[in-house]
Ligand binder design. Structure first.
Ligand code: SDX
Length: 428
């Protein structure tokens, strides 16, 4: 296999080195192309363009493979915990018991947020979407921890920035929810684990002691693990580009939260439930909505279907679909939209439009059904995605800074007006 490709252009031949990864993926290194040939490449949406090399997550879209630091997602989802997976993704190795205990203790003792966050929260109208509140309050961490503005000043401070963000995000998320529904804010309790603490802050009230259901805690752990990283997706690429300007970890993650919010990305889990509810309200006719999804003149898309990378199946969707049945059975929940989702999936997987375009259920198609069964309100679904994706954003930001990557600044091809002279307004 040659270790370069040749580009023949304008009578010249340019050699482009081939970069090969540990899973035999190959890429053309075009980092010197413009200097040698004056050419740049163009690839809207970066569908064929790699932005970096990374050792965090491996995906194979054709084979439906997803591994965090080499460990298959199926094993981690069944046997690990979100705290352990977060450590693995950020530090590259599964923690031993001493490392895991320190990680959990450090996080537990940083779950409180400054009382002035209440002042910030009160400034939001009650109809504020929790994702906007979350990104705003994550950015505000830079005000409460100004030393984080020089994010790589020392290894200890990098560790504390990470601990504070992992520890405080659930508290911020739960407070955003309580502020929206007008209930008293609940404080974290150090005798609860990460997921149990979040559930207590979400659903507990001063009126009665809230005991999180172990079934719900287990299901939430699994969902957060399944969302923990996904290589260079839209929001992670956003975190890396913002971080490449040497902005703080908190500012970079806040940008990632905003990118995740879009309905084509993490916002799809909310859009899926809204779509299923609309189909149910309209009589549950799956075929009618598949026809709308295929109609180029109809803006309707089958939310939760399709993926930039997975062209066979999204391994996370398979795990979540099975978990949805398990959790709803254990909780005794009968959700009619689950049956509508299954009918849609079955119909789509035998429809030439979806088969030809390799459109399969993605991570967002069934996750909302479980979140709803856990009692999570629909407009908090993408907040749950953000909580799961946090270790990935942190790890990718950390890798980019440790590798000393340059500031992200793509080129363009200009297609506007050629030079022309200014015309005084009297003459226009
Ligand atoms: C996530 O990148 C990641 O890793 C993301 C993620 C992660 O963990 O970070 O996995 C999480 O974001 C999952 C995706 C959630 N989004 C949705 O479910 C929204 C619905 N899906 C799409 O809009 C779409 O499939 C994307 C955005 C997911 C992918 O879009 P691409 O890769 O840019 O593909 P495309 O839009 O060019 O579609 C190719 C064809 C088009 O038809 P033609 O022009 O070829 O005729 O497929 C069609 C599209 O119209 N198509 C759909 C469709 N998705 C694609 N048609 C109907 N319904 C859909 N859902």
């Amino acid at each position: 296999m040659p270790d370069f490709a040749e580009l023949h252009f304008n009578g010249e031949v340019y050699k482009l080195p081939v970069v090969e990864g540990t899973e035999n993926e190959k890429a053309l290194d075009i980092s010197k192309l413009r200097g040698q040939s004056g050419l740049i490449t163009i690839d809207p949406g970066f569908k064929n363009t790699g932005s970096t090399t990374s050792s965090i997550t491996f995906l194979d879209g054709e084979k439906g493979i997803l591994r965090y630091r080499g460990y298959p997602i199926e094993q981690l989802a069944e046997e690990s915990s979100f705290m352990e997976v977060a450590y693995l993704i950020i530090y590259g190795e599964l923690p031993n018991s001493e490392q895991l205990n320190k990680w959990k203790v450090d996080i537990t003792y940083h779950t409180l947020i400054h009382e002035d966050f209440k002042v910030l929260l009160e400034g939001f109208p009650s109809n504020a979407h929790p994702m906007g509140v979350l990104s705003s309050l994550v950015t505000s961490l830079t005000a409460f921890y100004p030393e984080s503005l020089d994010p790589v000043r020392s290894a200890d401070e990098v560790y504390m920035n990470i601990i504070r963000l992992v520890a405080k995000l659930p508290t911020i998320a739960a407070w955003a929810y309580k502020n929206e529904i007008g209930q008293p804010l609940m404080y974290p309790k150090n005798d609860l684990d990460y997921c149990g603490n979040f559930l207590k802050m979400m659903f507990g009230t001063p009126a009665e002691e809230f005991q999180p259901d172990p079934v719900v805690i287990k299901a939430l752990n699994k969902l957060l693990i399944l969302h923990a990283d996904h290589e260079q997706n839209c929001s992670t690429s956003t975190v890396r580009v913002v971080g490449s300007s040497h902005a703080s970890l908190y500012a970079s993650v806040s940008a990632g939260i905003n990118a995740l919010w879009g309905p084509l990305h993490g916002g799809a889990n909310q859009a899926v439930i809204e779509m299923l509810e609309a189909i149910k309200a309209d009589g549950g006719d799956a075929d009618k909505y598949l026809a709308k999804a295929k109609d180029k003149d109809d803006p309707f898309r089958l939310m939760g279907f399709g993926h930039r990378v997975y062209k066979n199946f999204d391994p996370r969707a398979r795990i979540i679909k099975k978990a949805a049945d398990d959790v709803l059975n254990k909780l005794g929940v009968n959700d009619p939209v689950l049956e509508i989702a299954k009918k849609l999936e079955e119909a789509a997987l035998s429809d030439p439009y979806f088969v030809e375009r390799k459109l399969y259920p993605n991570v967002d198609f069934y996750s909302g059904i479980i979140y709803r069964a856990l009692g999570i309100p629909t407009n908090m679904f993408t907040v749950m995605f953000a909580m799961g994706r946090l270790p990935g954003w942190i790890a990718q930001w950390k890798e980019m800074r440790e590798n000393g990557e340059p500031i992200g600044r793509p080129r363009q091809v200009y297609t506007g007006e050629n030079e022309r002279d200014y015309v005084a307004i009297e003459k226009r």
